[in-house]
Design a protein around this ligand. Structure first.
Ligand code: GLU
Length: 313
């Protein structure tokens, strides 16, 4: 990609195009704190490997990162238990809804991957072991603040509370896995950690900053190793294969870069060696991914040539 000035003009064009879109998807209503967010929002932030930032729209407005938090929680859990994690969580796309319980029965309580809810609950259980819930969520927040180099990132407690009051499916999933012995801590504590991690609020700029280590083979831009290059590669691989619910294949086909989306309408996307990107628009498409966020990433990939499948990238 060329200069940061031309990257900013690409972002400006995308922001203008998204503002003009009339079809904006549907905001998730099953979590009380998300139902009242306006679908009019759109934000985008792109940070390149040389540290340049191009941003536009609502790029500095915090939103509920929801399942995007699964990337950071997974990174932390791998740091704690390493490859042992894979005895408790798989690495295959699920082909089922993100909150599905069906597969768990035939697969003996081992979730398909760490990015569906069941898998993220196991990851939250790993991160909780040996800690009080408050310490565990504090550790995750501190990790994300460190990655983003931003001490202002916080949990939106109202969103966490709202989900705790209505999250019956997640409550069922956690109990079901506990019955298989794949949740080790008290179910209500694991759920509390999970709901709080999903309720972390971040802006696109903060999220793109937090994702930089994944574009830099596990290193922070200032130097310092967060994870090994091999682990960064593997997390990116999981984002590509499992990061967009049941539409992960379509996202790889259309956009061709690893990404993780959340029902708050955020997507973190990583072009290894090139860019860390965050987009946010709360309206979701029928697969539960941000409608405009996906369109915007598709346009960005086209304009820059970024793709993990292309020699041009
Ligand atoms: N907290 C949400 C849930 O568990 C996260 C879902 C998502 O973003 O995919 O339902």
């Amino acid at each position: 990609m060329s200069s940061s000035a031309s990257l900013q003009s690409i972002v400006d064009e995308i922001v203008a195009a998204m503002a003009a879109e009339t079809e904006r998807g549907k905001v998730a209503t099953y979590i009380p704190g998300l139902a009242c967010v306006s679908p009019a929002h759109f934000g985008m932030a792109v940070i390149t490997a040389d540290g340049a930032l191009a941003a536009g729209g609502d790029a500095t407005m915090p939103f509920s990162i929801q399942s995007v938090s699964k990337v950071f929680a997974l990174t932390m859990a791998l740091g704690k238990v390493g490859d042992q994690l894979w005895q408790r969580v798989g690495r295959e796309p699920s082909g089922n809804a993100f909150n599905s319980i069906v597969q768990l029965e035939v697969e003996h309580g081992i979730p398909r991957n760490p990015f569906i809810n069941a898998g993220a609950l196991v990851v939250a259980d790993v991160n909780l072991s040996g800690h009080m819930p408050r310490e565990s969520i504090g550790e995750l927040i501190r990790f994300i603040r460190f990655l983003a180099d931003d001490e202002t990132i916080v949990v939106d407690d109202a969103v966490a509370r709202g989900e705790a009051e209505t999250g019956y499916r997640n409550i069922a999933l956690a109990n079901y896995m506990r019955a298989f012995g794949n949740i080790h801590n008290a179910v209500e504590l694991v759920l509390g950690c999970y709901f709080h991690q999903c309720a972390i609020a971040m802006s696109c700029v903060q999220l793109a900053r937090a994702g930089r280590f994944l574009m830099l083979d596990g290193r922070q831009p200032e130097g310092g190793c967060v994870i090994s290059p091999r682990r960064a590669r593997r997390i990116n691989a999981l984002m590509l294969t499992c990061g967009h619910y049941d539409a992960s294949g379509d996202f790889a086909f259309r956009i061709g870069i690893p990404g993780k989306s959340g029902v708050g309408g955020g997507i973190l996307a990583v072009v290894p060696g090139k860019a860390s990107i965050a987009v946010w628009s709360p309206g979701l498409n029928e697969s539960g991914n941000s409608h405009l966020g996906t369109l915007a990433l598709e346009r960005l990939a086209q304009a820059t040539g970024w793709s993990v499948f292309s020699a041009r990238a």
